[in-house]
Ligand binder design. Structure first.
Ligand SMILES: Nc1ncnc2c1ncn2[C@@H]1O[C@H](COP(=O)(O)OP(=O)(O)O)[C@@H](O)[C@H]1O
Ligand SMILES: [Mg+2]
Length: 252
């Protein structure tokens, strides 16, 4: 369970998160959608403590803290509760797939190298990369690199996995492949918050959809509530663009 209350974040005079609540129940998948610049990435980065939110509270995996006065030690403990999958993969280019996944286990989780290796091999095999353990990122396709990114997050066994547009750097033919992998994780009960522009995917995978606009939650609900019968004009306008994209008539 992840629970954020009244989160605010400004960059200079620009308030990017305007004080809303956000939660993900255990085993749930929550998709965060909304226009570019609405604060989706900033929200995930604050949850993962890559950014410091200005105020609000966070509760995750039995820990609780106030963003405005969190101590460094608390922050480190809280960071361990989440893992992030990035749009641009964010792999270490000088390390192999195996080393990329082991790194967090050894450094952040203080695992011994043999145990870390065993865990990393297991997760990389699970995402279909058993034959690529010794490959460097530049020797892998975009889809394979993102598989490493996902394996790295899953290996950490976090309370919540945070995905920031995991498929938007990928060639079209790789997108479905990564979406299928994320669906497998959902089926296995992983708790996830996913920022995505893949509306069909969000429709199919989400327990809840949160629509962010200008730093505020404009709407939230089940996929049918948001995609089939949105009440707010802004949401209607946004989702209507996507509904037709994959409709059969699009291809006629
Ligand atoms: N490090 C930063 N410094 C200054 N402004 C930022 C920074 N990161 C994001 N912003 C601004 O915050 C707003 C929200 O950005 P972001 O969270 O990336 O939105 P989204 O992911 O929804 O596209 C944008 O106006 C963006 O320019
Ligand atoms: Mg973003």
């Amino acid at each position: 369970m992840l629970e954020i209350r009244n989160i605010t974040k400004s960059f200079g005079a620009d308030q990017v998160l305007k004080g809303f609540d956000f939660f993900v129940r255990e085993g749930d998948v929550v998709s965060v959608i909304g226009p570019s610049g609405s604060g989706k990435t900033t929200l995930l980065r604050c949850i993962n403590f890559l950014e410091n939110a200005d105020s609000g509270t966070i509760r995750i995996g039995g820990l609780h803290a106030d963003f405005s006065r969190i101590r460094k030690k608390e922050k480190i403990a809280m960071r361990r509760k989440t893992a992030m999958v990035f749009q641009n993969y964010a792999l270490f280019s000088n390390m192999t797939a195996l080393e990329n996944v082991m790194e967090g286990l050894v450094i952040a989780r203080k695992m011994e190298r043999p145990a870390a290796k065993e865990a990393a091999v297991k997760v990389l095999s699970k995402v279909g990369l058993a034959s690529k353990l010794d490959s460097k990122p530049r020797e892998l396709s975009g889809g394979q690199q993102q598989r490493v990114g996902i394996a790295r997050a899953v290996a950490l066994n976090p309370e919540v996995i945070l995905f920031d547009e995991p498929t938007s750097s990928l060639d079209p033919e790789m997108v479905d492949d990564i979406l299928a992998l994320i669906k497998d994780l959902a089926r296995e009960g992983a708790t996830m918050a996913i920022v995505t522009h893949e509306m069909q995917f969000a429709y199919e995978i989400s327990d809840r959809v949160v629509f962010l606009d200008k730093g505020e939650i404009l709407a939230e609900g089940s996929p049918p509530e948001i995609f089939d019968r949105p009440r707010e004009d802004r949401v209607k306008q946004f989702v209507s663009r996507f509904n037709f994209k994959r409709a059969p008539e699009y291809y006629l």
